[in-house]
Write a protein that binds this ligand. Structure first.
Ligand SMILES: Cc1ncc(C[n+]2csc(CCOP(=O)(O)OP(=O)(O)O)c2C)c(N)n1
Ligand code: SF4
Length: 523
């Protein structure tokens, strides 16, 4: 049975009738509704994947990868291996920048997304902080072999106990087909339109061979997604890399030659075949390393097994003000403080003193300074977090307290302060045209007070005193003991003591507006 219809295309340059024939073996009554029970499921999704791809509402049941893309196959193999080895709950997956940037939308494991090229460095940090976790660094060839060359070489050279899955499709997929370090000689790309020429672009980088020159790696293999047999070998290699990490043996690297049908301009079947015909002869499949490194024969110096406080010399001296058992009541869950001013005003130092105090009072602390030219005669700022719980990020977007050591910082950062928060401003009065309706602004002539005390340098300490009095976040006694340990010049220490007191007194006696109470009890 066939139905016909004609579509007329009418345009000044094109006049065309297109005949459409819709063929069907039987009438519509012969198309019963789909009965899912009638089908045997032979391809299933690993339960290690999330049920839906939540990023795009219209694509929730599929991945964002192009048809025939190797990333999907590698994802599946990793998911199945983790599932089979029972490692789902222990795994932290570091996704790169590249087409696989959204891997964390698929894998139902711990996920971190690294900056471009930094996945193996990020994985290093995670593995060192959480040695019992299975840490995967998943990277493309642009990510790993171009911008991230240094990170992968040094991670491998240190023998970090991570598993690196290196998806080599010989091109930058995500950005539209620029030449990668692995692009074959003669291959055209948007940045090598006449084909890769060794005289101009160098030769393809063979990462597996390059890393195999190092002593530390435990396992290095190159595999391919060219056909089913090789996909099965890839499955075994991925599983082995994960087993090696599970057993604590060392650095594993699996390079996977993978199709990118879209950028290669080939259909998925041809693309897979092309791996076998063109890529494998240039990137031979091989196990380049499969041994667990022997511990070095030389006797290594061992770091001292002493408490960190002792090593850094920050454990309070006997007889000094005992702050280790601070009685100070922290009436907050966390306090986020931003300190800003000119370089040279002691902005960063004030932040360091606060975190030192926080540590001595048993709090979790973080300090994030601004860097670069800002530190010298430009503007400088730092973020300080004092918390009763572990701190997720040292970056503070909305501080509870802004210490603005100059007018520029007041105007620049006031809008970031949370509603009900406090601004401590180094000035005799708040500028006439400045307003921050939902925030308590206290003007303190800290520089002037410091000058009168004998050193303009201690303006930051005057503000510290004001901060302690206004927020009661830390005990003034802790501040004194930190200063006693840090300030070596006795005359300056004396001025610092007075500066703290002056800042506190100023809040108590001269500030016209009192402290605001916030829901978490932070005053
Ligand atoms: C610092 C930085 N430089 C450049 C880019 C642009 N960029 C995004 S992905 C990418 C390369 C991706 O290629 P590859 O790692 O081979 O992954 P694929 O997309 O092929 O899977 C580049 C250069 C970026 N995002 N960040
Ligand atoms: S561009 Fe290439 S690597 Fe990226 S999703 Fe498409 S096929 Fe995969």
């Amino acid at each position: 049975m066939a139905n016909e219809s004609v579509i007329s295309l009418d345009h000044p340059e094109i006049k065309l009738d297109v005949k459409l024939e819709i063929k069907s073996e039987a009438g519509p009554e012969a198309n019963p509704p789909l009965n899912n029970d009638a089908y045997e499921e032979i391809h299933s999704k690993s339960p290690l994947f999330y049920d839906l791809y939540e990023r795009k509402s219209e694509l929730k049941n599929q991945t964002h990868y192009c048809p025939g893309c190797g990333h999907g196959v590698v994802h599946k193999l990793i998911a199945e291996a983790l599932q089979e080895l029972g490692l789902q709950d222990k795994t932290i997956f570091v996704s790169p920048v590249g087409c696989s940037v959204f891997a964390y939308y698929y894998f139902d494991v711990g996920n971190v997304q690294a900056a471009h090229g930094r996945a193996s460095a990020t994985a290093t940090a995670i593995k060192r902080s959480c040695p019992d976790k299975i840490v995967i660094s998943y990277q493309g060839d642009g990510d790993l072999a171009a911008i991230g060359t240094a990170e992968i070489v040094h991670a491998a050279n240190r023998g970090e106990k991570i598993a690196v899955f290196f998806v080599n499709n010989g091109i930058y997929g995500m950005t539209g087909g620029q030449m990668a370090p692995t692009t074959l000689v003669g291959e055209k790309s948007t940045t090598s339109p006449w084909g890769r020429r060794p005289s101009n672009e160098g030769f393809p980088l063979h990462m597996a061979e390059l890393l195999a020159t190092l002593e530390a790696p435990a396992y290095i293999e190159r595999v391919a997604l060219s056909d089913n047999k090789n996909i099965m070998k890839t499955r075994r290699a991925i599983r082995k890399a994960l087993e090696i990490q599970r057993d604590g043996a060392g650095f594993s690297f699996v390079e996977i030659l993978s199709p990118c049908p879209t950028i290669w301009g080939k259909d998925p079947v041809v693309a897979r075949r092309w791996i076998g015909e063109k890529m494998i002869p240039n990137f031979p499949l091989n196990v380049f390393r499969d041994h667990r490194p022997e511990p070095p024969a030389i006797k290594e110096n061992q770091p001292p097994q002493r408490p960190v406080g002792d090593v850094l010399g920050i454990t309070p001296k006997p007889g000094a003000h005992d702050t280790s058992k601070s009685k100070h009541a922290h009436r907050f869950k966390d306090v986020k403080i931003k300190i800003a001013g000119f370089g040279g005003q002691g902005v960063l130092l004030l932040g360091q003193l606060l975190i030192e105090m926080g540590m001595r009072e048993g709090l979790e602390v973080s300090w994030l300074p601004s860097y670069g030219p800002e530190m010298r005669s430009g503007s400088a700022h730092c973020h300080v977090c004092l918390s009763k719980e572990r701190i997720g990020s040292p970056l503070i977007s909305h501080p509870d307290v802004l210490v603005a050591m100059n007018e520029y910082s007041l105007r620049k950062f006031a809008h970031e302060v949370v509603s009900g928060g406090v601004i401590l401003y180094n000035g005799a009065s708040v500028p006439a045209d400045f307003s921050a309706p939902e925030v308590q602004v206290v003007a303190i002539p800290a520089s002037e007070i410091a000058d009168k005390l004998g050193s303009t340098k201690v303006a930051n300490i005057v503000l510290m005193g004001a901060l302690l009095e206004e927020t009661e976040c830390l005990a003034p006694g802790t501040a004194l003991s930190v200063l006693e340990d840090k300030v070596k010049k006795l005359d300056l220490l004396e001025i610092d003591r007075k500066a703290i007191t002056a800042g506190r007194l100023f809040i108590d006696e001269q500030a016209h507006i009192g402290a605001v109470s916030q829901p978490d009890g932070f005053a």
